[in-house]
Design a protein around this ligand. Structure first.
Ligand code: NDP
Length: 322
């Protein structure tokens, strides 16, 4: 089969389009023929070696497609079942072997491409807004990179809850998308100081929560924008890692909370995985959650997809089609 393999970590060119043996299922696994693989910023961190994986590896950790074979112990899925998954490396490929207990069924009203576009970023937006800091109607959230993959979904969920969303983005086109997704105010953080703007917008009161996936360039100012006892949810580092912080700062700025969550801990059990993916799929079928699949790249063009993502040229979701 064809796959995008990394033999040595590095830039986008570290991904090579190669022929490798099609995987066979171990006793607890199912082999899935991929209809689409999701591209995520975490793939960049892994490709670069910021998050470690044993080389050589096939990149990608989100996909959807049809089960073609199952191992001897697998009872939960059978050949022909449409499934999706996240968190297992190896989805930039035509086939992937996935532990059966990490697969979720894709309901009839959701296409394979929608499933591949929603499991990682959709479940992330869901746990951030419903569990990490369960947003309430009338509260105010600052969401950075709101026109990105997670950003557009998180903005829609926060808006649906009835929260006021102050969004940041880098361009006017992205501002339009964030507004359409439900942001009440959008700040071009590349052109104006989002700290001063947000203070103005909240009458100096600050926001209840900051959802920050940008990291290095936004974290510190975000802390200045929280109301006393507000929460900083740092969930990514698209601009680079946040330097170490002296915890006394949290006291000085108003008894703040900081968390650095990751999806894996919010779908750790089978029950939670099924419930959370089901909640996201329900939002899609009911029309509450709109997916923006901006680009579909042939699998062999994963390098281009990464260059676009890292170059801030994308909005919404990117898919690789084998
Ligand atoms: P996005 O589609 O959001 O792409 C990243 C966006 O970050 C860009 O479009 C850009 O938006 C913004 N950005 C700001 N500064 C930079 C920079 N210097 N270089 C590149 N981008 C920059 O990606 P994803 O939706 O895949 O992921 C978003 C973030 O969420 C990532 O940091 C990812 O690691 C994290 N994440 C964390 C999870 C978790 O559980 N902790 C799970 C899923 C994602 P703009 O041009 O508007 O500034």
């Amino acid at each position: 089969m064809k796959a995008m393999q990394v033999k040595q970590v590095g830039g986008p060119e570290a991904m090579e389009f190669v022929d490798v043996p099609t995987p066979q299922p171990k006793a607890n696994e199912a082999v899935v023929k991929l209809a689409a693989s999701g591209v995520n910023f975490i793939d960049v961190y892994i490709r670069e070696g910021r998050y470690q994986a044993l080389t050589p590896f096939i990149l990608g950790q989100e996909g959807a497609g049809t089960t073609v074979a199952v191992g001897a112990e697998v009872k939960s899925v059978k050949p022909g079942d449409r499934v999706a998954w996240t968190g297992i490396l190896g989805s930039y490929a035509e086939y992937a072997a996935v532990p059966a207990d990490r697969l979720v069924p894709v309901p009839a009203g959701v296409t394979d491409q929608q499933a591949a576009a929603a499991v990682l970023q959709g479940m992330t937006a869901h746990y951030l807004s419903h569990d990490t800091y369960p947003l309430k109607k009338g509260e105010t959230a600052l969401i950075h990179a709101a026109a990105g993959g997670v950003g557009l979904l998180l903005t829609q969920m926060a808006d649906d809850i009835g929260a006021r969303v102050i969004a940041t983005v880098s361009t006017a086109e992205k501002a339009q998308l964030a507004g359409d997704a439900g942001a009440d105010e959008v700040i071009l953080y590349t052109q104006s100081d989002f700290e001063a703007e947000t203070k103005k917008l909240t009458g100096g009161k600050g926001v209840d929560v900051v959802y920050d996936s940008v990291g290095k360039t936004t974290f510190e100012k975000g802390l200045n924008l929280l109301r006393p006892r507000g929460m900083m949810v740092l969930f990514g580092a698209s601009s680079g890692a946040v330097p170490p912080v002296d915890l006394i700062v949290l006291s000085q700025r108003g008894s703040l909370y900081v968390t650095r969550p990751t999806l894996g801990n919010y779908i750790a059990t089978g029950d939670e995985l099924v419930a959370r993916s089901g909640a996201v799929f329900d939002m899609i079928t009911s029309g509450k959650l709109k997916l923006r699949i901006e680009h579909r790249y042939p699998l062999g063009e994963a390098q281009r997809a990464h260059r676009d993502l890292e170059g801030r040229r994308t909005t919404g979701k990117l898919l690789l089609i084998p």
